[in-house]
Write a protein that binds this ligand. Structure first.
Ligand SMILES: C[S@@+](CC[C@H](N)C(=O)[O-])C[C@H]1O[C@@H](n2cnc3c(N)ncnc32)[C@H](O)[C@@H]1O
Length: 363
């Protein structure tokens, strides 16, 4: 029989896990309120009264802000410094909140992060949309039912790209999140492994969304002619030939334009093994027609890490893929199998992007 101390610890852990979704909602609220931007405007730190003075909070909600900030600081999203003497000779002490590396990622101002506004706040807004949270709420019922519908379809009536094609707001939230992720990742890729783009002349970013990654690649490597292939509702509205990037509306299952590099960033984890083999086969055909020795560059997760936080993020992303697409994040042996089936003979995995890896695939 467990000791009383063990029981109480276990019960506290159950409470933490069962209410864990409130951490996501607290983060969502902070993004909606613009807390990180407010702290940034105050020079990176602000007392609770100063924060209240700068946030668009109605007076009736102001007493609740300290409780939201306490949860966020406990989770390490902001730093809270308790007991700081109030300014201007006032009585008592207050709490001062500081931005840290994590909350700086949420700031929308271009002056942050060495001149890049990645605006990863957009990713928080996407993962906490009614449609995506709604699909997670269906998971329990999905496990118990024998049907073919994904949890996302059970919640929303259509798959994610179907909802995006019919719901302009979801389409815009989704594409802005993908663009934010690409702004962030492009800077990291250029910094950590820019050499994968050395010596090439053409690249197609397959399912490349609104072209943020392709634009960053042409900016860093002006000699590379970049094209983006994506679905018509995504390409619509993107200015043609913007920043030397060509946009092609099409279906990657059918045809991928030839190039000496094909990029697949955060695409294959949306698809089943069978569909990945189909997509990679189209990629193999596209590089076989290129002028140089072709390569496919995949930026995606390879599950497994010595960092507990990275592993947890990968496993949660895997659940997310299950819920949205009945797809998955893959371990190396899963990748190996689909690469072989698609006719590739060699690959190199470089786990250099935190949660994600760069995988280079050769014929
Ligand atoms: C998770 S998003 C990734 C977008 C982009 N690679 C990035 O990381 O920002 C997946 C993309 O696949 C696109 N897509 C889905 N089905 C497609 C298809 N059959 N052909 C081309 N693109 C497709 C979607 O429109 C979406 O832009």
């Amino acid at each position: 029989m467990a000791s009383s101390a063990e029981l109480m610890q276990a019960e506290a852990d159950l409470v933490r896990h069962s209410l864990g979704y409130l951490k996501s909602m607290a983060l969502h609220s902070a993004v909606k309120l613009g807390v990180a931007d407010a702290l940034h405007r105050c020079g990176g730190s602000a007392s609770l009264p100063d924060l209240l003075a700068t946030l668009p909070l109605p007076p009736s909600k102001q007493p609740y802000l300290s409780r939201l900030m306490k949860v966020l600081a406990t989770e390490g999203i902001f730093v809270a410094e308790e007991g700081v003497a109030v300014a201007n000779g006032g009585d008592g002490a207050t709490c001062v909140y500081h931005l840290n590396t994590m909350s700086r990622l949420l700031v929308n101002d271009a002056g942050i992060n060495g001149g890049s506004a990645w605006k990863l706040s957009s990713c928080i807004l996407m993962t906490t949309t009614r449609q995506i949270v709604g699909s997670a709420l269906q998971l329990g019922q999905w496990f118990q039912s024998d049907g073919e519908a994904t949890p996302f379809v059970m919640a929303n009536g259509r798959p994610p790209y179907g909802v995006a094609a019919h719901d302009a707001e979801f389409n815009s939230v989704f594409n802005e999140a993908m663009a934010a992720d690409s702004r962030y990742l492009a800077d990291l890729v250029v910094r950590e492994c820019g050499e994968v783009f050395d010596g090439i002349t053409s690249l197609v970013d397959v399912a490349g969304g609104t072209g943020t990654m392709a634009r960053a690649i042409t900016k860093a490597f002006p000699h590379v002619k970049c094209s983006v292939l994506d679905l018509p509702h995504v390409i619509q509205g993107v200015s043609a030939q913007a920043d030397n990037v060509e946009f092609v509306a099409g279906d990657m299952m059918e045809f991928i334009p030839p190039a000496d590099r094909i990029l697949l960033k955060y695409v294959l984890h949306n698809w089943s093994d069978e569909d990945c083999v189909k997509i990679l086969t189209r990629c193999r055909e596209a590089i076989a027609h290129g002028e140089k020795e072709g390569k496919v560059i995949i930026i995606d997760e390879v599950v497994g890490s010595s960092s507990q936080n990275i592993l947890e993020a990968q496993l949660l992303m895997d659940m997310q893929m299950m819920s949205l697409f009945m797809a998955k994040e893959r371990y190396e042996q899963d990748w190996n199998k689909i690469f072989t089936e698609a006719g590739f003979v060699n690959y190199k995995i470089r786990p250099i992007l935190g949660v994600r890896s760069v995988i280079e695939l050769y014929i």
